[in-house]
Design a protein around this ligand. Structure first.
Ligand code: MGD
Ligand code: SF4
Length: 745
């Protein structure tokens, strides 16, 4: 039996309903702003600088609130290179994170009442004292290293500081192994640097944008969407490779409805055409790359005819699209994608994307990839961190190119095993809903069961809180200070986050939580301030500005220092790789025992009666965090199962009919999902938007709505190079009867 019963916070009667803010208007924020100005409304409102936390694009914005402290509107900052003055629907709806009456309201501690595990409401002191005493106890028994931090977003930054000060660098986040880690590894191996976020794709000036499974438009990374529509208006050719007719595909000149899991074959064939037809950028390749001859020999047999048999894309389509890219070169972008943890050979797929771009000469060229730059925010004075005896690198040593902690490996380290020299005994989870973001539920449950102590800090009673011994309610991004945003872009800029209103309920900012725990652990020197505002003020002063100025402008721009945005024609350039060149052939991979040039490997196909489970994003939601947001739930309250008409005919499905799913490991979905019959999905796969199917009743709007794709992902394909969690190798059958009902009879 389970030591740690999964507690649904619904067991508690946490009262308190707050009227939600006025209905939102989702028209382009610029015109909305003008409208407000015209109505003279805006002058009466208080304007506060912030940057958005609904996704990680971090758009700078203005929060408008009235005298009573009600947030009326969030509008993009006109000068911000992340948003150009317009927020996406999620950013505009971010106010719903604040107004959601289901929010966590006060700290909770796991307790036993009448033999039943439940949560009791406690004071902050009680919760923080318990955390500090447990942390001390675990440190003295096993070492601070045995307390792991799984985090995401800005709360994670404050806790990372706390953990490092305490002596633990056992830290990981799903944005690496479950998201873009493989892309960063593939590009680092080729160009010597990460792609990073925002991606340095020069979309606004491109003549040809190639999207390999990237669904910009549904995936709303703000400036990419805006620049893509600008590029379309300017006549750019869009080529979309996706088994599904995505929104991007509908805007494309070429939609290649590829057979899932075969993208590497297509890209090898493109290389074959570029080289065989002499369409690659010969000067660029000669000047900046190494390993071209090996690449040429390697792709010789990967003809479009060869790829046709694998990808189902006709040879003439492959040739035509390769020529279109070459025609546009170097103003062409083969987009590196973002969530790329698909089939376990993802680093190699990222390498194929990277190499293709090099053949087209697009890296460092206008309309291709620009050389990004950011400005360093000085570190607030604080003692040196102690050296942990081991850290995430030890836990992840099986994966030679892992450049950040791998969540699944950190979780696995909590399961006792004789060989495990790096045991994880306790965990803090902040800003990540690992029950939805990390598949392999069995592994997660085993690990959670073994751990001696778990703290979860969230804004919402998400599923993950059910594993916690202590739940801490963080206030939302609209109610707190956070670190200065300094992201890479065409030119460096910074943005600040200032609270627009007081924290609601008994919630507190993450920086405060970190400081409080730190002080209780005797680490007060690391938190030498009363308010995080002092940290920002100090940093801004070092950067030649002030909080006062930032309150007026929200975003400050700095000149570039690293040189021009693009390569200078005919000039040499040293890439930060071992050879100083773009490495088409990777000696590094060869030395590690991996293919130095990418190869196509065949992946399992769905057995009879099963369909590949494909998933993605909706423009009004981010992962699992927004499903309960009153404003965004209003726009889309559940996900649908996209089914091809041919499949609908075979099974006898109607549009809107509720179905359930069972995967290859006999895992049945807890909830049902409504069918959407559409030609837009291939007959061999089904599709749904990620982040739905919440199973905590306390999420009054999101509970039981749609299916949780992560529940259906029990099989993962792990990338041997960097440890990424490939999630697209799961197959489902469609059940027309509620399997749970049948069981009850
Ligand atoms: P969310 O599911 O949105 O994202 O995975 P996560 O980072 O886990 O969960 C975020 C959690 O943070 C929620 O519980 C939310 O309530 C909480 N939160 C929001 N704001 C705050 C805050 O200000 N403070 C605190 N303390 N908490 C806050 C993302 C990850 O998931 C990523 S990056 C990708 S690309 C992957 N995508 C993906 C997928 O597409 N399909 C499947 N099946 N799994 C995936 N996993 C990965
Ligand atoms: Fe917020 Fe949208 Fe910008 Fe993401 S893209 S930070 S959700 S406004």
């Amino acid at each position: 039996t389970s030591r740690r019963k999964f507690i649904k916070i619904s067991a508690l009667g946490l009262g308190g309903v707050v009227a939600s803010t006025s209905a939102l208007n989702f028209v382009g924020s610029k015109s909305y702003l003008n409208e407000l100005v015209a109505q003279n409304v805006i002058k009466k409102l208080k304007k506060t600088a912030t940057y958005c936390e609904v996704c990680f694009w971090k758009c700078a914005a203005w929060t408008y609130s009235d005298e009573q402290g009600n947030i009326k509107k969030i509008i993009g900052n006109e000068t911000d290179p992340h948003c150009y003055g317009r927020l996406c629907p999620r950013g505009t709806g971010g106010v719903g994170m604040y107004s959601d009456e289901d929010r966590l309201k006060t700290p909770l501690i796991r307790t036993i009442v009448d033999g039943e595990e439940t949560f009791k409401e406690v004071s902050w002191d009680e919760a923080l004292d318990l955390i500090a005493s447990k942390f001390k106890q675990i440190k003295s028994s096993y070492g601070a290293e045995s307390i792991a931090l799984l985090k995401h977003g800005s709360p994670g930054k404050h806790l990372e500081h706390l953990f490092k000060a305490f002596g633990s660098d056992t830290i990981a986040e799903p944005a690496y192994a479950q998201c873009r880690g493989a892309r960063e590894a593939g590009f680092a191996l080729t160009y010597g640097s990460w792609v990073g976020s925002p991606e340095p794709t020069d979309i606004r000036d491109t003549k040809c944008l190639v999207l390999i499974g990237s669904h910009i438009g549904e995936n709303m990374h703000n400036t990419q969407v805006q620049e893509m529509s600008e590029a379309i208006d300017n006549g750019a050719t869009i080529i979309t490779v996706d088994p599904r007719f995505s929104t991007a595909a509908s805007k494309s000149k070429h939609w290649l409805a590829i057979k899932p899991a075969t993208d590497i074959a297509l890209m090898l064939a493109w290389m074959n055409v570029l080289i065989e037809e002499g369409l690659y950028d010969e000067d660029y390749v000669k000047r900046y790359t190494t390993g071209f001859n090996e690449l040429k020999d390697h792709v010789l047999n990967f003809t479009p005819e060869w790829a046709y048999g694998i990808t189902t894309i006709k040879p003439e389509e492959i040739r035509k699209t390769a020529r279109a890219m070459a025609n546009a070169a170097p103003s062409v972008i083969v987009h590196p994608g973002r969530h790329v943890s698909w089939y376990g050979d993802d680093t190699q797929r990222a390498r194929t994307v990277a190499i293709l771009n090099a053949l087209l000469g697009s890296w460092g060229r206008r309309g291709g990839f620009y050389f990004k730059e950011s400005i360093k925010v000085p570190k607030f004075p604080s003692p040196k961190y102690p050296h942990p005896k081991w850290d995430w690198k030890n836990i992840c040593e099986k994966y030679p190119m892992a450049q950040m902690g791998i969540t699944t490996e950190v979780i696995r380290a909590a399961i006792p095993n004789k060989e495990n020299k790096y045991p994880v005994k306790a965990m803090m989870v902040a800003g990540t809903n690992i029950t939805k973001s990390i598949p392999e539920k069995e592994l997660l449950e085993k690990a959670m069961n073994e751990m001696e102590f778990i703290v979860v800090m969230d804004t919402m009673p998400m599923d993950v809180t059910g594993y916690a011994d202590v739940v801490l309610p963080e206030c939302t991004y609209l109610e707190r200070y956070d670190g200065i945003r300094s992201a890479t872009n065409r030119t460096p800029s910074i943005a600040v986050r200032v609270p627009a209103v007081q924290p609601k309920y008994n919630s507190k900012p993450g920086w405060w939580v970190a400081k409080q725990i730190g002080e209780r652990l005797g680490l007060g020197d690391y938190f030498n301030y009363n308010d995080y505002k002092e940290v920002i003020e100090w940093q801004l002063e070092q950067m030649g500005t002030s909080l006062e100025e930032m309150n007026k402008i929200g975003v400050k721009h700095y000149p570039r220092k690293s040189g021009p945005l693009y390569l200078k024609e005919g000039e040499n350039y040293e890439f930060p790789t071992e050879s100083g060149k773009i490495e088409l052939y990777s000696k590094e991979l060869k030395n590690l025992g991996f293919d130095p040039l990418p190869n196509y490997t065949k992946h399992p196909e769905p057995p009879q009666g099963f369909y590949r489970l494909n998933y993605g994003r909706a423009p009004m939601h981010t992962f699992s965090r927004t499903a309960n947001n009153p404003n965004l739930n209003d726009l889309k309250s559940e996900n649908n199962l996209w089914v091809n008409p041919k499949v609908a005919r075979i099974i006898g499905l109607r549009n809107g009919q509720e179905v359930w799913l069972r995967n290859q490991d006999k895992i049945t979905s807890t909830f049902g999902i409504k069918v959407r019959v559409t030609e837009r999905v291939r007959w061999d796969s089904v599709y749904m938007v990620h982040g739905f199917g919440h199973d905590n009743k306390k999420l009054s709007r999101a509970f039981g709505k749609g299916i949780n794709d992560t529940q259906m992902i029990s099989k993962t394909m792990v990338d041997p190079i960097m440890g990424g969690t490939g999630m697209r190798g799961n197959f489902v059958e469609i059940l027309t009867e509620d399997p749970h009902k049948t069981l009850e009879v």
